[in-house]
Design a protein around this ligand. Structure first.
Ligand code: C2E
Ligand code: CA
Ligand code: CA
Length: 741
């Protein structure tokens, strides 16, 4: 059977799903934001890297160009000197060149004769006849070469060549050689803490400048790319108007390279740096962002976990507050509603709701104290659970318990209830608990779909026998059912009936039995349905009292009566005081005195024409409040009558606590006139009323005997069929007119 645990479980599950969903959503959003953030930083850093490489590149190109052109100028100057001096003796030229070579930082200088033989300042004699730069030089072309491995294989060299003319013909070629490593120094502006370097390459991808190491006599070129990389870089660079930035990979390392045309030969400067260095900052920033994200994420998970645990605790606490009765620690009506909600159709088979109420519980509280009352309220569920462990008990209201009991037949239920009753009887005899009686109302769960109806009907069945000493268990039956259906109809029709003025106020005259004169009347409501049929207030008043609609109805009667009195006055009829019934609920309603006063002013009614009847049973509850209202009404000038006197249980007490103007002796008294005992009771009641200065009206006077008895015993006002039944407004007006004439 599903119950409160299921309810909590479902909520727990829903919460878990919600939290999981939240985690996933936060993760996705977080990762997305992180991705955007990282991307943005990547782009910024990439852009910065490009700018840095560009700046380094252009600075290196400027340095390189200025250096090369100054060297070229120098060489040209030397050539000019040789040509002007017309001294083409190689030996003497070499001698001179030696000082120039050292001063200008060349590796060596030399002269190549027409046969291609080169004489250097290092006193070498080399055959360079098959080298391009020799052939170009002979053809009158000055140049600086890409890197050549020196003849001794120890160096990589760049060679400047400038032809020397003799009478317009190339006589020899001046050479100046630069160590490639020194050449590299011309482009030594680095970036990214020295990790970003530059090289010069020609259009075939050959290195012009090289950083080389001479390690144990072995030439080692330090480079961070292969020819393919260079060719790719160059290709893209040439395609894109001489400048370009690209990425490449070399030996599992990624690089970013910026390539720019230098403007010397077909050379390009490539500035490159490992991405790892470029993005060093990015990875630090990203690491910080990622750690931030992880911290936030973990905090959120911890927060949600704590929240979840706290919520579960809170839910348990709340469940206890909502579902458990504080005094008895038993499940309450809310629990029962939930319990019922989760019952399947099958669960409801062969089950009954038993409403169980302690008779006159208030009196037990008054007589034995509230501690004893509380003890009883705790005792009942305890024995119930002990005797009927497979059934359920709920503390429904103050002193009302509702049980869900299984049983194949009504007999089963009666047996179970008897078990409880017997046990209570035994415990009373053993003086374990004070003397008390329980009344039980029973309704099958099959009768209605909703708990409200089932409970109400069990309650009605219980109320029918409440206080009855002989019958303690009452089952809801067909009659009840029809009554309920009819009551529901009343409730649903009420608003429309009000709008359609289907409620009429009738008047039942009160007679002075000595003079046979009308001395007043009671306003009584009638409901005339559309088909003209009259419905008795005895049928609908209890329904509206139950639903609360009586508040509106009482007001309708007050207003109609006031209006009718004004009309009688206008018609010149002899206005007699009229009593108006006030329901208990209306009396307890806040602001009724002001409302009545407003209506009185509206219809200019003299308050001495009006008395309000408050039924005696209303006085049992909330005595203090009603006394206050009675006083307020009397202050305005209205009279207040105690109605149905003798029916309730604390009659004398209610007379004592309020100063009523009139006592209306209930019909049940009048009916029993002639019974010796009753005659004594009536006589003393009349005496008591007279001595207290109260008027007395006998209700339900139906025959002459009753009239005579009442007159003889000093009760002179009667309201009853003997004199007149309640009359509709016009008939009552007619009667007044007739009496007046
Ligand atoms: P109640 O206030 O005790 O009203 C007297 C009832 O006794 C009236 O029934 C009246 O018709 C009836 N009655 C008077 N004389 C005799 C008689 O000689 N013999 C018999 N058998 N009955 C007599 P009614 O009008 O059906 O009203 C029933 C109850 O409905 C009233 O009892 C009152 O409690 C309630 N009620 C009627 N009108 C109103 C109303 O306007 N407001 C409220 N709140 N309750 C009303
Ligand atoms: Ca009345
Ligand atoms: Ca009455």
């Amino acid at each position: 059977m599903k119950n409160i645990e299921n309810f909590n479980k479902i909520h727990k599950k829903n919460l878990r799903v919600a939290i999981l969903f939240l985690c996933v959503a936060v993760s996705i959003i977080g990762l997305f934001l992180l991705y955007i953030h990282m991307n943005k930083i990547n782009n910024v850093i990439k852009e910065e890297a490009k700018i840095t490489l560009e700046a380094v590149s252009s600075q290196n190109i400027i340095n390189l160009k200025s250096n090369i052109s100054s060297k070229e100028d120098l060489l040209r100057e030397l050539v000019k000197n040789i040509e002007n001096n017309k001294n083409f003796d190689i030996e003497s030229i070499i001698k001179k060149l030696k000082s120039h070579s050292e001063v200008n930082g060349f590796y060596n200088m030399g002269i190549i004769d027409k046969s291609g033989m080169c004489y250097t300042t290092l006193d070498q004699k080399l055959d360079l006849s098959d080298h391009d730069y020799f052939i170009n030089g002979i053809n009158g072309i000055s140049q600086i070469t890409s890197g050549y491995i020196s003849e001794d294989g120890k160096e990589i060299l760049n060679i400047f060549t400038v032809p020397i003319y003799k009478e317009d013909k190339v006589e020899m070629i001046l050479t100046a050689t630069y160590k490639a490593s020194d050449f590299s120094k011309l482009i030594n502006i680095t970036s990214f803490k020295g990790k970003g370097k530059s090289v010069v390459v020609d259009s075939s991808g050959n290195l012009v400048s090289q950083v080389n190491n001479l390690n144990e006599n072995k030439l080692e070129v330090i480079q961070e790319f292969d020819t393919n990389n260079i060719l790719n870089i160059l290709k893209e660079c040439i395609d894109k108007s001489g400048k370009n930035i690209i990425s490449y990979e070399y030996k599992d390392e990624e690089y970013l390279a910026y390539c720019e045309k230098i403007g010397i030969n077909d050379w390009h400067l490539i500035s490159y740096a490992p991405k790892k260095e470029i993005y060093k900052n990015i990875s630090t920033i990203n690491k910080i962002a990622l750690s931030g994200y992880i911290i936030v994420y973990i905090s959120m998970i911890i927060f949600l976990f704590i929240f979840f645990m706290e919520y579960i605790k809170y839910q348990k606490r709340i469940s206890k507050i909502i579902f458990i009765d504080e005094l008895t620690n038993e499940k309450n009506s809310e629990y029962m509603k939930l319990y019922f909600k989760y019952m399947s159709k099958k669960d409801k088979l062969d089950k009954y709701i038993v409403v169980m109420d302690i008779d006159k519980f208030k009196n037990i509280n008054i007589m034995h104290g509230s501690d004893t009352g509380d003890k009883l309220l705790k005792y009942i569920p305890l024995i119930f659970k002990e005797l009927l462990p497979n059934d359920e008990i709920f503390k429904y209201q103050a002193d009302v318990f509702a049980c869900i009991i299984s049983g194949v037949s009504q007999e089963d239920i009666i047996n179970k209830i008897s078990k409880v009753q017997n046990r209570i009887r035994e415990d009373i005899e053993k003086k374990l608990i004070v003397s008390m009686n329980l009344s039980f109302g029973v309704c099958s769960l099959q009768e209605f779909e909703d708990l409200h109806s089932i409970y109400n009907n069990a309650l009605i069945s219980k109320n029918e026998i409440k206080g009855n000493v002989n019958k303690k268990v009452n089952f809801f039956n067909e009659d009840n059912k029809n009554k309920i259906i009819e009551n529901r109809k009343f409730e649903s029709k009420f608003i429309d009936s009000l709008k359609n003025n289907e409620f009429e106020v009738w008047y039942q005259p009160k007679y002075d039995m000595k003079t046979n004169e009308i001395c007043g009347a009671e306003a009584l409501i009638r409901w005339r349905e559309k088909d003209g049929q009259l419905i008795s207030p005895a049928k609908f008043i209890p329904v509206f009292e139950n639903s609360g609609q009586i508040l509106q109805l009482d007001e309708v009667v007050i207003e109609t009566t006031f209006k009718d009195i004004k009309e009688m006055d206008n018609l010149g009829l002899p206005v007699k005081p009229i009593s108006i019934n006030l329901s208990r609920m209306y009396v307890e309603h806040i602001g009724i005195v002001d409302k009545i006063r407003d209506l009185m002013k509206k219809y200019e009614v003299n308050p001495s024409y009006i008395s309000f009847e408050i039924t005696e049973s209303a006085l049992i509850k909330n005595n203090y409040l009603i006394n206050k209202i009675v006083l307020k009404l009397q202050e305005i000038g209205f009279q207040v009558d105690i109605d149905d006197y003798g029916v309730g249980s604390s009659t004398l007490n209610s007379i004592y606590s309020s100063n009523f103007d009139t006592l209306k002796l209930d019909k049940s008294f009048v009916d029993n006139i002639g019974d010796l005992k009753m005659d004594i009771i009536i006589k003393s009641t009349i005496n008591m009323a007279n001595e207290l200065g109260m008027k007395i009206v006998a209700e339900g006077v139906e025959n002459k005997n009753q009239v005579e008895f009442l007159i003889n015993n000093n009760c002179s006002i009667a309201q009853g069929y003997y004199y007149s039944k309640p009359l509709d407004k016009l008939s009552y007006f007619e009667l007044l007119k007739k009496k007046d004439s």
